[in-house]
Each structure stands twice: as structure tokens, then as C-alpha cells.
Write a protein that binds this ligand. Structure first.
Ligand code: NAD
Ligand code: ZN
Length: 353
């Protein structure tokens, strides 16, 4: 679990105080990975104080993080500095948060990041790392994974060392998120809840967080009584609770199939989940009905026809990626999932998207 967390509008201003206690010396910098949407945005960046060799690195978020990108970022740090950093700080959405987690892990673990994609392969504790979300939904701020696209698979580095040492939850940072993106990333949280709450891995720990996040999502995306600020505050907490819920259970069919779209077509996580979930009535009847209601209320168009021009070998790649995520299927369907989920079924579903 994340060891320390502060919450509140304006809590971003505590960053300097929090970090000053963790500085290891003038040659051990803090490295700030910041979503490049904030480049030139003085409202945010002027509140980051750089001392000694500290550095802000703006990260493009068009594509999701890859193992090659992480290895390059780690090498850049090793070549530039004589000592390991005092800390790595990620300021952005799931993309940037995952980059910060992965870099902090790979600075202390030998070899290439692709070798650590999987469960509990990390040997050594990461560098001190801080997560500051600027968009709500993924739960990346709280989870024990960092999802990377590697040469052969899209899979997280899941480990006890992956969670942030410190998180700053300042809902004000989400104020300029565009509406479509707000919906897609918010729906990532909603899908986490549905997949966790209906899964066979569910336990009382996951359920208590999942139910809370599910209720918050309904209030935010279907209700009419919240102010803009209240909705931002609540979505940040829904994201946190949704992430906590899957930390001790698992996601399911939408995520497995969305990883296929992400791997082959580069479709991003939030929108990919929406594209898939829209067609999953057979697996999640109640959740999909609520999703469709939310989509209609906010006038959101989900892209369609993205698989229209694919050939059989491309469908096979997506199906291979989806089926390789065995814990997700086992959670969704049960131990006998292989007798129920066939390649043909997945092909038919992908063809609808
Ligand atoms: P993202 O980080 O890619 O950001 C989406 C878009 O929103 C980007 O264009 C970004 O620039 C913009 N944005 C972010 N904050 C903004 C702000 N305050 N104002 C204006 N624009 C802003 O999207 P995401 O949905 O947050 O994250 C997706 C990534 O998270 C994927 O790489 C996915 O694999 C990963 N993920 C990780 C976990 C985990 O547990 N580690 C869970 C789910 C998803
Ligand atoms: Zn997700």
C-alpha cells in the first residue's frame, strides 16, 4: 500500500516541504516527470521548486509507456548524475504515474524493464517515489503495478515495491481535463469496480472499496446535485477506492480485451476499456446498462469500426494478448474459464468494435 497520502484542494503546495525531508544531498536530485500538457502552464510548474541538480522532464502522453522508453529514461539518469536520485516524482495521468513508478524501480534493479513484466519479479526496493495525479480514474496512484508495453506483451510490473511512497491528491489539479478524456479515464474507474465486484476473486477487502467507488461513480456520472468541485473531489476518491479494490482482487474481460487493442493498435487504456465494455452485456449486464446511461447523459461518442480493416493474423495477435492474461479471465469467469472463453468468441467480439 501507499505509505503516505495527503488530500485536499491546494495540497500540491506541500510538495516542497514533503520533499525537503527526503533530500539525500546536493548530488542526489529530485527528478520530476510532468505531463507535457503542463509545459508553459505556470499555474502548476511555478509551484515546483528546483534546487541543486533537480530537473523537470516533460513527458509526451500520446502513447502509453513502453519498456524501451523506461530503459532509456533510466540510462539518461545514470549517465547524467554521479549519485542515484533522492526521489522520482510523477505529475500527470496514469501514463506519467506509471513512468515514475517504473523508473524508480529500474534504478535499483539490474537489467531491462521487460524482464520484470509479471508478478513479483522485482528484487530490490525502488527509489523514493511520489505520485501526483492530475486526472482521476486509473487508480495508478494507489496500485501495485506499472503497466508497460514491451516487445512481446503489454503487462505490468506488479510488485510490493511498485506503490508510491507518497501520494498527493489535489483535485484542483484536474480542473482543465477535457470532457471526453474525463469520461474515458473516469470510466476506467467504473470498469475497475464492475470487474472487481462481479469477479470470483472478490473478498471483503476489495468489496468494501469497490462498492464505495461504484456508488461515487454513479453519483458523479448520473447525478445532478454535485458542484464541479465536489465532482472533482469525489472522482479523485473514486479512483483511489477503485484502485484499492483491484489491488486485492483483479480486473476482468474488458481489461483483457482492451490490452489486445492497446498492444496491436495503440488504443489507450481508458478509451480502449470504453470501446470494449460497450459490447460486454453478456458478461456484465448491470454494469454495461449503467455505462450506456452514463455515456448518453454526457453525450459521449465511443469510436467504432476500429477493427473493420484488420486481417485474421491481426485479430490473432489481439486474441493472443487477451488470452495470455489468465488471472483476469479466471477472476471474470472462474477456474474453468478455458472451457467457456474460445478464440471464436473473442473474434466475434473484436469484430463488433
Ligand atoms: P493519460 O495519463 O494518458 O492522460 C490522458 C490525457 O489527459 C493526456 O492527453 C494528458 O495530457 C491529459 N491530461 C492529464 N491531466 C490533465 C489535466 N489536468 N489537464 C488537461 N489534460 C490533462 O491517461 P490516463 O487515462 O490517466 O492513464 C492511462 C495510462 O494509465 C495507461 O498507460 C494505462 O496503461 C495506465 N494505467 C495504469 C494503471 C495502474 O494501476 N498502474 C491502471 C490503469 C491504467
Ligand atoms: Zn484500468
Amino acid at each position: 500500500m501507499v505509505s503516505r497520502v495527503v488530500f485536499g484542494r491546494g495540497s500540491f503546495n506541500q510538495l516542497d516541504d514533503i520533499l525537503s525531508l527526503k533530500r539525500k544531498g546536493r548530488n542526489a536530485p529530485f527528478i520530476f516527470y510532468v505531463d507535457d500538457v503542463f509545459k508553459g502552464n505556470h499555474w502548476l510548474t511555478s509551484r515546483i521548486t528546483l534546487s541543486y541538480k533537480d530537473k523537470i522532464i516533460y513527458v509526451p502522453t500520446k502513447e502509453e509507456p513502453s519498456t524501451g522508453q523506461i530503459d532509456q529514461l533510466v540510462e539518461d539518469i545514470i549517465l547524467e548524475y554521479s549519485e542515484l536520485p533522492s526521489g522520482i516524482i510523477g505529475i500527470g495521468g496514469g501514463t506519467v504515474l506509471d513512468i515514475a513508478k517504473a523508473v524508480s524501480l529500474m534504478l535499483t534493479n539490474k537489467g531491462e524493464s521487460k524482464d520484470y513484466q509479471g508478478w513479483d519479479l522485482i528484487k530490490h526496493a525502488a527509489i523514493y517515489h511520489v505520485g501526483i495525479p492530475t486526472i482521476s480514474g486509473t487508480g495508478a496512484e494507489v496500485s501495485r503495478t506499472t503497466i508497460l508495453t514491451g516487445p512481446v506483451r503489454k503487462l505490468g510490473i506488479n510488485s510490493d515495491y511498485t506503490p508510491f511512497d507518497q501520494v498527493i491528491l489535489d483535485p484542483e489539479l484536474t480542473k482543465d481535463v477535457p470532457k471526453d478524456q474525463w469520461f474515458y479515464t473516469g470510466m476506467d474507474c467504473f470498469v475497475h469496480c464492475v470487474e472487481s465486484l462481479t469477479g470470483t476473486y472478490l473478498n471483503a477487502f476489495s468489496e468494501s472499496y469497490g462498492e464505495k467507488a461504484f456508488e461515487l461513480c454513479k453519483e458523479i456520472f448520473l447525478g445532478d446535485s454535485l458542484s464541479v468541485e465536489e465532482a472533482q473531489d469525489k472522482l479523485m476518491m473514486a479512483s483511489w477506492h477503485g484502485g484499492m479494490s483491484i489491488a486485492y482482487s483483479q480486473v476482468g474481460v474488458a481489461h483483457a480485451m482492451s490490452y489486445g487493442l492497446g498492444y496491436l493498435l495503440g488504443v489507450k487504456h481508458g478509451i480502449g476499456n470504453c470501446i470494449v465494455f460497450d459490447h460486454l452485456e453478456a458478461f456484465y449486464p448491470e454494469g454495461v446498462a449503467i455505462f450506456k446511461e452514463m455515456k448518453a447523459k454526457h453525450n459521449i461518442e465511443i469510436p467504432s469500426g476500429i477493427c473493420a480493416d484488420l486481417d485474421q493474423s491481426q485479430f490473432d495477435i489481439m486474441i493472443d494478448v487477451a488470452l495470455s492474461l489468465e488471472p483476469l479471465w479466471e477472476n471474470a469467469i472462474g477456474k474453468n474459464w478455458k472451457t467457456i472463453i474460445t478464440r471464436q468468441k473473442l473474434l466475434e467480439l473484436y469484430k463488433k468494435m
